[in-house]
Write a protein of this length. Sequence first.
Length: 348
Amino acid sequence: MATLGGTALTYADWARRVDDDGKIATIINLLSQTNEILDDMLVVEGNLPTGHKTTVRTGLPAATWRLLNYGVIKTKSTTAQVTDNCGMLECYSEIDKDLADLNGNTAEFRLSEDMAFLEGMNQQMASSLFYGNTAVNPERFMGLAPRYNSSTQSATATTADNVISLGGSSSTNTSIWIVCWGPNTCHGIFPKGKISGLQHRDLGEWPLLDANSNLYQGYRTHFKWDMGLTVRDWRYVVRLANIDVTLLSGGSAANLINGLIRGVHRLPTAPVRVSTEQKSDAPDGAMMSMGRLAIYCNRTIRTYLDIQAVNKTNVLLHLEQWEGKTVTTFRGVPIRTVDAILSTEAAI
C-alpha cells in the first residue's frame, strides 16, 4: 500500500498551513538560503540549441629575427573550440483540487506550495553553478569547482594558475571565488531560441494519478529552468581553495586577507573602484574593463570577513552602502553571500 503524504499534500498538510481564522498562514521558510550569485550572474543566449560554443586562442604566431639575405619563417596562431551544454531543471507541483479549494483560498494555498518549489530550484541551480559535474551527472551542466579543481599546473589543468591553496588538508574546507561576469569572460547561458530564466506555468485543473494509478482531479503547475555556464576566459575566475573552517578562530587559521590580495592580482585586469556617483548604476559589483567583479563565499567566511572589516588595523576591507544596503567590500569589490558554497569540500 502506498504511503500517504510522500509526494502529495494531505489534509494534515492543509491544516498546518491555515491560521485559526481560516486564512492561509504566512509560512516561515526555515530551509531558505541566500545565494546572491543568482542576482549577479550575467546570462547570455547561447549560439547552439543545446548550449554555447566558444573559440579560444591557444597559441600565438612567432616572429622571426631575420638576417640579411635570409627569409622569414611562416607561422600562424592556433585556436580551439570549447562547447558548454545547458541542463534542464524541471518539476511539477500537483495538489488535489478539493484540498486546495477548502475555505475558498485556492490561489493562496497553491502559492504557498509553489514558493517552496521556487526556493528548491534556486538552491539546486546555485549549487550546480559551483559543483555541477557532467562527468558524474551528465544531465546537469559543468560548474566552477570541476573546472578549477587543481592547484598543480599540468597540460590538462591550465586553470591551476588561478587556484590558490590556503593550506587546508582535511574535508572541512570551503572556497572563496572571485568572478568577473562579462560577455567575454564568464557568464550563464540558455539554449538558442529559448526563454531565459525560471519559467512558471499554471496548467490549471488536470486529472492526476495517485500511487495506485487511480484518477482524481487536481491542480498542476509546471516549473522549468534551462541554464548552463560558460567560462570563455578562465583567467577571470579565481578560486581560493582549502580554507579549513574548523581553524578560522584559532592561531593557525588561513590568512583570508592575504589570499584575497593574491587572488585579485591573478586577474589580468585590475578592478576599477566605483565612485559614489556610479554606485547606483553598478550595485552588483566593481567594474572592470571586461565586466563586473564580485567575491563569493559562504556565510561562515562572510562572518569572519565582516569581523575583520571593523578591525581598526584593517585598510582593505570596508563596510559600504550600496542602494541602502550595507555591503562588505574588498578594494571596492563587493563580497556576496552564497549558502550553496559548502564547508565540507575535500582538499585539492
